[in-house]
Design a protein around this ligand. Structure first.
Ligand SMILES: *[C@@H]1O[C@H](CO)[C@@H](O)[C@H](O)[C@H]1NC(C)=O
Ligand SMILES: *[C@@H]1O[C@H](CO)[C@@H](O)[C@H](O)[C@H]1NC(C)=O
Ligand SMILES: *[C@@H]1O[C@H](CO)[C@@H](O)[C@H](O)[C@H]1NC(C)=O
Ligand SMILES: *[C@@H]1O[C@H](CO)[C@@H](O)[C@H](O)[C@H]1NC(C)=O
Ligand SMILES: *[C@@H]1O[C@H](CO)[C@@H](O)[C@H](O)[C@H]1NC(C)=O
Ligand SMILES: *[C@@H]1O[C@H](CO)[C@@H](O)[C@H](O)[C@H]1NC(C)=O
Ligand SMILES: *[C@@H]1O[C@H](CO)[C@@H](O)[C@H](O)[C@H]1NC(C)=O
Ligand SMILES: *[C@@H]1O[C@H](CO)[C@@H](O)[C@H](O)[C@H]1NC(C)=O
Ligand SMILES: *[C@@H]1O[C@H](CO)[C@@H](O)[C@H](O)[C@H]1NC(C)=O
Length: 688
């Protein structure tokens, strides 16, 4: 009997040990070989560095530890503790805007199915984001602020469970030991950072620091989390990353993971790692200085004084250059204000005067000595990108005057600190607040929305044709349309605008704009034109009439959705339900406006109307069927609609059924523009 019990105990012990053994995972990778991880999508290993994405737009890369790992104590829902650490870098490409981020993740399956690029980070897609059957736990290092995922900023670390809406997030950075101040880290500057992620007792801790630094004691994120429902019993673990039209390359240099030995994370080799920072422009160096040391005291002093003399001269020259620059600025740009004036107006930039936080910095309300209200935009000097954007903003907006553009009052450049722009104050905030974030009483009525769209069109028309140089806005969206006291629309935020001569082909290698409003050709080639503004305007029309953001989780894009409704003959369902509830819609007009939106957001730039044509159409011609002289609108649109591309651009919609179920072009054209006819002759340019 005793023997039996001893035997049983032994058996239990061995099974216990066996399960303990199989659930133990323990690895330390100081550099990668192809056998260390399995690669999916665009992930590659070169020189022992794991690169998740390459410089193709909309690339996804994923790397997973080759075998599943056990995540729970056998036959229980108790999640095993784990500790992982890795070193990553987000390498910027010269002259391109930052893209999207890296995610450390647990997934139930291999491969990249079910994930999209860009803002979905190669983690989820439109339909499965937020679905609890994903069984995904991730820690994101994201450099894009996505409003639909409620991202806190464009440089954050977040804890994600089955969704890109982070459960908890923080600005990237660390709390240095023994200090009470937070140190911000910029994720995508090419620098190498070490991350530690620990899970135990239903708490997940995330810590990061510049590579080489001892792990700070206080974690960046410390968040209570019960993973027992999230993780399956066995999971794959690894990294995923994605790019959009905005690109950088995502690299992992070393990685350790363990659920038994928690001291691995201190064994990552942090020295001698390559750097992915862009080379800085070299700073002037003073030569012939060191020679002085080897010679006698007299010579030393002489050399010193010569050097000092030279330095002072050089300094003076630099300062003179700066002054010259500012003289030139004064010649062209509007009134320069003193910092004191602006300080006084905004009560010393007090927090209570903050009326908004833009992509470039905070916006304050201010009162000038005369009593007129202004909006003061302030940008700090540390980001070169922002400065350049603002200089462009001054130089274009400052000289442009139109009743549908936000007027620039003045500006101020502080020697050290910040660049400040002073605009006319817009009493009624931005259009998106009147469409999306408001109660019934504040919501823009249908008539308001149509009038606002007309006014925006005339503002864009002025930008495109009203000035001696063609000005592209490049970032037309509802949050950039501001409303003045009389609810008149004024297009603002020319931070992304660049001047173009009428004759020159507008071109750029950098993609600027906002995801969801970017024309397909911008995403493909990075080139902007007046027709890409027309695309943005088309999306704006749809957004304002439908009361839906261009991109929303779990849904097709706005443009695709409206096309689909048009195809099914249910266009009116697209209209904002709150507007429909109010009733009194002019259905025919609504349909035409939506059709105009779709035409403007046509994938083929040549098929889009020009702003001239749009404004003409709005000048009373949308509601009235009044044939005019000149080219017939039907013929014009028939020509435009003949571009077959539209079918291939939206394959999900148009290639889904059998071809016989597709409406013919004739049907689409009839459906789109009915009997409306119109002359496309040029309009006169609106006043300055
Ligand atoms: C990107 O990665 C893929 C591998 O998925 C490769 O075929 C392609 O050539 C790479 N492109 C560039 C531009 O490096
Ligand atoms: C990988 O890169 C190629 C181009 O180099 C691209 O065509 C392909 O879609 C990319 N694959 C993924 C999964 O991102
Ligand atoms: C866990 O459950 C499986 C079947 O459900 C069983 O075969 C195994 O012996 C159990 N293991 C332990 C340690 O209880
Ligand atoms: C998203 O991924 C799921 C699989 O997880 C797939 O069934 C679905 O079709 C995908 N949706 C899109 C829009 O790609
Ligand atoms: C979540 O995904 C599962 C499986 O893909 C699907 O059956 C279910 O309908 C989805 N749930 C939601 C709310 O989308
Ligand atoms: C993150 O979680 C901590 C602790 O639970 C909490 O104090 C903090 O407000 C959270 N932050 C966000 C952005 O959710
Ligand atoms: C997480 O951080 C907190 C606060 O520093 C600490 O008390 C806790 O032990 C940590 N947990 C893990 C799993 O590292
Ligand atoms: C975690 O969730 C599981 C399942 O919902 C539950 O059984 C367990 O008690 C939870 N653990 C804690 C510590 O709350
Ligand atoms: C734990 O890991 C450290 C560093 O990798 C190693 O030196 C140590 O021997 C390991 N301990 C055990 C018990 O495996």
């Amino acid at each position: 009997m005793k023997k039996h019990i001893a035997h049983l105990l032994l058996l239990l012990l061995t099974t216990f040990l066996a399960t303990q053994f199989t659930s133990a995972v323990d690895f330390l990778l100081n550099g990668f070989d192809s056998s260390d991880v399995s690669l999916y999508g665009n992930a590659t290993i070169e020189s022992r560095i794991l690169t998740l994405t390459n410089d193709t737009t909309f690339s996804i890369g994923r790397a997973l530890y080759p075998s599943r790992i056990r995540t729970k104590q056998p036959n229980t829902s108790v999640v095993l503790p784990f500790s992982t650490s890795f070193i990553f870098a987000m390498a910027p490409y010269e002259g391109r805007l930052p893209g999207h981020g890296i995610v450390f993740l647990f997934v139930p399956h291999v491969g990249i199915q079910g994930s999209s690029s860009a803002q979905h980070l190669g983690l989820f897609n439109f339909t499965n984001n937020g679905n609890s059957s994903n069984h995904v736990f991730g820690v994101e290092f994201d450099v894009f602020k996505n409003e639909e995922f409620r991202d806190i900023n464009d440089n954050h670390v977040g804890i994600d469970v089955n969704s890109l809406i982070s459960l908890n997030a923080s600005e990237a950075g660390y709390w240095p030991d023994g200090e009470n101040s937070f140190k911000k880290l910029t994720l995508n500057n090419g620098k190498n950072y070490q991350v530690w992620i620990d899970f135990a007792d239903n708490i997940v801790n995330v810590t990061m620091a510049p590579v080489g630094m001892k792990r700070p004691r206080q974690p960046l994120l410390s968040f209570p989390l019960n993973l027992s429902e999230v993780l399956e019993d066995e999971m794959y673990v690894g990294f995923t990353a994605a790019t959009g039209a905005l690109i950088e390359s995502h690299k992992i240099l070393a990685w350790s993971f363990s659920n038994t030995n928690f001291s691995h994370s201190d064994s990552l080799i942090t020295r001698g790692l390559p750097s992915f920072e862009l080379p800085k422009t070299p700073i002037h160096k003073t030569k012939g200085f060191i020679a002085g040391f080897t010679v006698g005291l007299l010579v030393f002093v002489t050399v010193c004084s010569v050097a000092v003399f030279l330095l002072i001269r050089m300094n003076r020259r630099i300062r003179r250059q700066r002054d010259e620059m500012e003289d030139w600025e004064l010649e062209y740009w509007p009134h320069r204000m003193t910092y004191q004036e602006i300080e006084l107006a905004t009560k010393n930039f007090s927090e209570e005067n903050v009326i908004g936080i833009g992509g470039n910095g905070k916006v304050y309300k201010g009162i000038l000595p005369g009593g007129s209200a202004v909006a003061v935009k302030r940008i700090s000097h540390e980001k070169n990108e922002g400065i350049r954007a603002f200089l462009a903003e001054i130089s274009s907006l400052g000289r442009l005057k139109h009743r549908n553009l936000v007027g620039l009052r003045g500006w101020c450049k502080k020697e050290k600190g910040s660049l400040i722009l002073v605009y006319d104050y817009m009493e009624n905030e931005s259009l998106d607040k009147r469409v999306f974030e408001c109660d019934e009483s504040k919501m823009a009525s249908y008539e308001d929305r149509i009038r606002i769209l007309k006014q925006v069109a005339s503002g864009i028309l002025y930008l495109h044709y009203g000035w001696e140089a063609k000005v592209l806005h490049r970032d037309i969206k509802s949050s950039n349309v501001l409303l003045d006291r009389d609810m008149n629309a004024r297009l603002g935020d020319f931070g992304l605008a660049r001047m173009h001569d009428h004759d020159k082909v507008a071109g750029t290698t950098r993609v600027v704009g906002t995801v969801g409003y970017l024309a397909p050709e911008v995403v493909r080639s990075g080139r902007s034109s007046t027709q890409t503004d027309v695309f943005g305007y088309g999306v704006l029309i749809l957004e304002v009439i439908c009361g839906r953001r261009p991109i929303e989780e779990g849904k097709p894009t706005l443009v695709e959705w409206v096309w689909e409704l048009l195809r099914r003959g249910e266009l009116l369902y697209a209209v904002d339900t709150r507007l429909r509830a109010r009733g009194g819609l002019n259905e025919e007009e609504v349909e035409r406006v939506l059709q105009l939106g779709l035409l403007c957001a046509h994938p083929d730039p040549n098929a889009r109307p020009t702003m001239r044509q749009v404004v003409k159409l709005f000048e009373g011609k949308i509601e009235v069927d009044e044939p005019e002289e000149g080219e017939d609108m039907e013929i014009y649109l028939l020509e435009k609609m003949k571009t077959k591309e539209i079918w291939s651009m939206y394959p999900q919609i148009f290639n889904s059924g059998s071809s016989s179920s597709h409406p013919t072009f004739e049907e689409i054209r009839k459906g789109l523009f009915g009997t409306m006819s119109h002359s496309w002759s040029d309009t006169t340019v609106e006043g300055r």
